[in-house]
Design a protein around this ligand. Structure first.
Ligand code: BES
Ligand code: ZN
Ligand code: ZN
Length: 533
């Protein structure tokens, strides 16, 4: 799978020249585009050149079909300016503009450009005065790059489209002239970094959308292994059936028992190179100043429900039940590629949940690696069983400062939050708050639910330590309460239920139909935030 961006992204300061399609952002009622900046010395000259452009845009407002409202788009073909096509994107009210709205506006700009016969699009750095030019670049880049993704690996011939879209090959960002020549290298470095993050989102989307016949537990393991070989400071260990049995990982073994595609536990470790000034001779593991984050992802490559078989309608969607694994692996390798100064461990239990004579059954009792026993009342609540072993492994092997798991865990989460928010359950207010901030910043939003002891009763079993379903009501919370049983006495754990956000049934601005890559940018921002403190 090729996860690189197919489109060339570049910076350009020379935007006073003939261009085929330029995207401007306009606030509601302002009539003049925002985000332009000229050097004092040349301001007058440049403004003069752009004057016809401004005049043409201003004239367009007279038609009253564009007023700068958020989501509005207009395409102008001015004969009297140096630009051949002008795409106007409404930004709405200035005080309401945030990074997500910029991403959406950039996405609308791309969609408009695709309908034109251009291959190259130029973006001005629109945004509000509250947003630094760099934040704007990031948001516009993300909106554009993530919109230009397509999962078309299996299309043997192009769609017969009555209105074929132009293939965009180049996107450039018009940096204001006020940026000094010497700062351009730093801007390029930022752009390169954003490309790494976007590639990680592509990676997660591809893994999530690929069929289960391709993305098997073995495939996930081989992908992790191949990527780990490309980087120093990364180790990858794959535990197969035999080792899993030796480690008493009977949860993973039980869920994976029904399939010939055998279960594995994938473990990745990254230790950053310590910058000189922080190197006090201590190894990363003992250097208290370096946080260690364990990322755990549900890797159910196909969830048929097992013996508690799911209805056939929409069952094909359950190829996405490894989206948590895809997101944590993507975030892990981004931390590696960006050389973030934080230790990261990534733990992925990968299985296929199928019915067969080898399958685990309702009524079975599974003794997990932690020693706790689970009464299986429904083989379709399998994610929590494999995560029980994986979480126990993560907390007992890495002494992490924080543990975060991502999982397409419950249909109840889809009922509660739909596709716009992921569910968040945590035993640490500070961690939950930090994830809330990262969610708001990246547009990968999380909504916290109570991890209250009152719900514990619902998962109590009469014959084992815990049962794997929580009866009527609060399905996302009882699943969280179940996982909490397996983190020992760890004080900083968060569970993110991405059942509703990991795969979309229709395109939503810069998120495509299919695998969304949800959680990658959220986790990367969280890891970056940890390194800033
Ligand atoms: N993988 C599903 C959860 C899911 C549902 C993800 C819809 C994405 C979209 C999970 O393994 C599951 O089947 N959960 C059951 C649990 C129930 C049996 C307690 C569910 O939510 O119905
Ligand atoms: Zn299930
Ligand atoms: Zn599942």
């Amino acid at each position: 799978m090729d996860n690189s961006l197919k489109v060339k992204f570049s910076l350009n300061q020379n935007w006073i020249s003939e261009k085929k399609a330029v995207v401007f952002g306009i606030f509601e009622g302002e009539e003049i585009p925002c985000g332009l900046g000229f050097k004092k010395e040349t301001a007058e000259k440049d403004a003069e050149k752009l004057f016809p452009v401004f005049l043409r845009i201003k004239k367009h407002f007279a038609h009253k079909d564009f007023s700068g409202k958020f989501g509005e788009v207009a395409v102008l073909y001015p004969d009297d300016t140096m630009y051949k096509r002008i795409i106007l994107c409404g930004l709405g009210k200035k005080e309401e503009l945030d990074a997500e709205k910029i991403r959406n506006a950039a996405s609308a700009g791309i969609a408009a450009a695709e309908k034109l016969h251009v291959h190259k699009v130029s973006f001005t750095l629109f945004g509000s005065p509250r947003q630094s030019a760099e934040d704007r670049l990031r948001a516009i880049f993300e909106g554009a790059a993530l919109s230009l993704y397509a999962f078309d690996a299996y299309k043997t011939k192009p769609k017969e489209d009555p209105a074929p879209k132009a293939v965009i090959t180049d996107v450039e960002f018009l940096l204001p002239e006020i940026i000094e020549e010497k700062d351009i290298a730093a801007w390029q470095k930022s752009l390169d970094k954003y490309v790494v993050v976007a590639e990680a989102v592509y990676f997660a989307r591809n893994l999530t959308s690929q069929p289960a016949s391709v993305v098997t537990p073995k495939f996930l393991a081989e992908t992790a292994e191949a990527l780990s070989k490309q980087h120093k400071n990364v180790t990858c260990t794959i535990y197969h059936k035999k080792e899993l049995a030796e480690m008493n990982m009977n949860g993973i073994l039980a869920v994976g028992a029904g399939s010939d595609n055998e279960p594995v536990l994938i473990v990745l470790e990254y230790d950053p190179v310590i910058p000189k000034h922080r190197d006090n001779g201590a190894s990363p593991a003992t250097d208290k100043s370096i946080p260690t984050v364990a990322l755990v992802g549900k890797g159910v490559c196909f969830d048929s429900g097992g013996i508690s078989l799911k209805p056939s309608e929409n069952m094909e969607e359950m190829k996405m039940d490894m989206a948590g694994a895809a997101a944590v692996m993507a975030a892990f390798f981004t931390a590696v590629r960006l050389e973030l100064p934080v230790s990261v461990a990534c733990v992925v239990p990968a299985v296929e949940n199928l019915p067969s004579s080898k399958s685990y059954r309702p009524g079975d009792i599974v003794k997990t690696a932690s020693g706790k026993t689970i009464e299986v009342q429904n083989t379709d609540a399998e994610g929590r069983i494999i995560l029980a072993d994986a979480l126990h492994f993560a907390v007992s092997n890495f002494k992490p400062t924080h543990v975060i798991d991502l999982a397409t865990l419950t249909g109840a989460c889809v009922v509660a939050l739909g596709s716009h928010y992921a569910g968040l359950l945590s035993n640490d207010d500070a961690l939950a708050a930090a994830l809330g901030v990262s969610g708001a910043k990246t547009g990968e939003k999380v909504w916290r639910m109570p991890l209250d002891e009152a719900y514990k009763k619902q998962i109590e079993s009469e014959i084992a330590d815990v049962k794997n379903i929580g009866g009527k009501g609060a399905g996302t919370i009882t699943a969280g309460m179940f996982l909490k049983e397996f983190i020992g006495d760890h004080k900083s754990w968060a569970h993110i239920d991405i059942a509703g956000t990991a795969m979309l049934s229709e395109k939503n601005t810069y998120r495509p139909k299919g695998g969304s890559g949800f959680g990658v940018r959220l986790l990367v921002d969280f890891l970056e935030g940890l390194t800033r403190v």
